[in-house]
Structure formats: structure tokens, C-alpha cells
Design a binder for this molecule. Structure first.
Ligand code: ZN
Length: 173
């Protein structure tokens, strides 16, 4: 079943997700449901379990026709700088330029419990950083200097109050 995507203000988005200790059938079903939720969102590239209210360290993504899962992901190395206009399924319609490291090396487990490693940059590097932030209860707003955060929050609130259609700039994370 598809879950409801939790949005800004829901306390689950501010909480620390727990590592998965047993990759069992329940985890596999949850991952299926996360992909279903992502497809039904009709725009998202990736989803972290806390975004559907589950405090577990699981991330799925669907980018360039590749559907993958990582469990208990950790960033073990990062370098460079890259500014990207980030969007988030849990902060609908808001896009903000955020500077983060460009390249990351991420380690975690696949659904068979094997260790997997991704060394990626640009969009893929950003996806991992954004989703791993979700596992740690960190949102885009927390990655902005306080003056820009205030402006972004008020822009978000105004957008939530307006009823007109919003053109997505590109696909959110
Ligand atoms: Zn997000």
C-alpha cells in the first residue's frame, strides 16, 4: 500500500531513525511500499522511511530508470562544493539553493544484507546527502543560514496558503 507522505511540521521528520538490525520480509514489504508511495507521488526521485512515518534507516530512489535501496547508509567521505536548487517531497513546492559537498562516498547494506558502496556526485551525491539528512531528522531548512531560513519558511507558508497551481521546477527529493 502507498503511504501518506509526511510534511513539514510532522514531528517524525525531526526524529532520529533507528538502524535496521534484521533485514527481513517486513523490511522488504516496507521497501515495496516506499517505491509505490514514490511512484504515486508522481514527482519524487527518492524517499527516506521517516517521510512515511517509519523511523528506520531506509532510503529508496528511482533515478534514470534505476530503482535501488540502501539500508543504514552512512557518508564516509565527502569533498568539493556544489550549489543545487533542492526540493523535498515533505516541503512541497519549495525550492531553495543549498550549498553542500559535491562528491560523497556512501556505504550501507542492500536488501540481501550485502555491503554496498556508492561514489557519486552532483544529483546522486545530493540525493544521498538529502535522504541521509532525513534519517537524522534534518531538513533543508536546517541546512540554511538563519536569515535565508526565515525567508524560505515564509515563502513556504505563503505557498501553502495559496490555492493556485505551482509549476514544479524539477523533481524533489
Ligand atoms: Zn526530502
Amino acid at each position: 500500500m502507498a503511504y501518506e507522505i509526511r510534511t513539514y511540521g510532522d514531528p517524525v521528520l525531526k526524529s532520529q531513525a533507528a538502524p535496521v538490525t534484521d533485514i527481513n520480509g517486513k523490511v522488504a514489504r516496507l521497501v515495496d511500499d516506499m517505491f509505490l508511495t514514490l511512484r504515486e507521488s508522481d514527482s519524487g526521485l527518492a524517499l527516506a522511511a521517516p517521510q512515511i512515518g517509519v523511523q528506520k534507516q531506509i532510503v529508496v530512489w528511482d533515478i534514470d530508470d534505476e530503482q535501488r535501496t540502501i539500508i543504514n547508509p552512512q557518508i564516509v567521505e565527502s569533498d568539493g562544493e556544489w550549489v543545487y536548487s533542492e526540493g523535498c517531497l515533505s516541503i512541497p513546492d519549495l525550492y531553495v539553493d543549498i550549498l553542500r559537498p559535491d562528491r560523497v562516498l556512501v556505504r550501507g547494506l542492500d536488501l540481501d544484507g550485502n555491503e554496498v558502496e556508492f561514489e557519486v556526485n552532483e544529483l546522486m551525491g545530493r540525493m544521498f546527502q538529502h535522504e541521509i539528512d532525513h534519517l537524522n531528522g534534518v531538513l533543508m531548512f536546517d541546512r540554511m543560514p538563519s536569515d535565508r531560513r526565515k525567508a524560505a519558511l515564509s515563502e513556504y507558508r505563503q505557498m501553502q496558503e495559496s490555492t493556485g497551481p505551482v509549476e514544479p521546477r524539477h523533481l524533489p527529493l
